[in-house]
Design a protein around this ligand. Structure first.
Ligand code: ADE
Length: 230
């Protein structure tokens, strides 16, 4: 998989991409992540990429020219056309189902904007789908792009040491994850449930399923309502 990110702050990605699973997935060539600075496509020597909104109002709006030029340049870097995604609080809410869907693509082109927003012609003209990572406003799309990359890359076959780990994650079956325990058997008077020490794998699987269901009912009943609707 190839992921391109168009951003005004490529340095923001350095640390998250150079640790843990994201680092290893790139080393294993499961994913290639390329960062391109939108500012390199500014038309003037001041590297201006935003301007005041027509009609007035606070803040600055990203101009269409640099984003279009950057996108078209990036698209040509690889033969695969790629799925364009604009990070914006106005987008469709990102969730695990979307992560699974996107993890099957050969190429994604993520566009992270800064400041108050994008000129509307960027959305219309690029035909990119809009994704939001939640109902709150970030200072820019960079952190949202990192969240999406993180959630997708761990789903790529071979990214996690243990192939089964992603399957058991919260949300992978529409439920929260069952409780996990490791050593010691007793910690500050809290004991590991006997069933997990029983060695009876069928009973353990049944217990975990029931626990997952119970905690979903208690903590995230909206997830059960969502699955009813499907
Ligand atoms: N840019 C600013 N806020 C955002 C959000 N919630 N999701 C995606 N991109 C954003």
């Amino acid at each position: 998989m190839r992921i391109d990110v168009l951003t005004l702050f490529p340095q923001m990605f350095e640390s998250p991409l150079s640790h843990s699973i994201l680092k290893r997935a790139q080393e294993m060539s499961l994913v290639e992540i390329a960062l391109t600075d939108i500012r390199d496509f500014a038309a003037d020597s001041y590297r201006k990429i935003d301007d005041k909104p027509y009609g007035g109002g606070p803040g600055m709006v990203m101009m269409p020219g640099p984003v279009f030029d950057c996108f078209e340049h990036v698209q040509k870097l690889s033969p695969e056309k790629g799925r364009g995604i604009l990070l914006t609080p106005q987008g469709q809410r990102f969730d695990q189902a979307k992560a699974v869907e996107l993890s099957k693509e050969k190429r994604l082109i993520l566009i992270a904007g800064k400041y108050e927003g994008f000129d509307e012609r960027i959305r219309i003209g690029l035909g990119a789908e809009q994704i939001s990572i939640g109902d709150y406003v970030l200072n820019g799309g960079e952190l949202a792009a990192m969240v999406i990359i993180d959630a997708i890359v761990r789903l790529l076959p071979g990214a996690l040491g243990d192939e089964d780990s992603a399957k058991d994650d919260s949300f992978s079956d529409g439920l929260l994850e069952y409780p996990q325990y490791t050593r010691p058997e007793v910690f500050r008077d809290m004991k590991v449930p006997d069933i997990l020490l029983s060695g009876d794998h069928a009973k353990i699987a049944q217990w975990r399923k029931q626990q997952a269901l119970e905690r979903t009912k208690k903590w995230r009943p909206d997830l059960l309502k969502d699955s009813d609707k499907k």
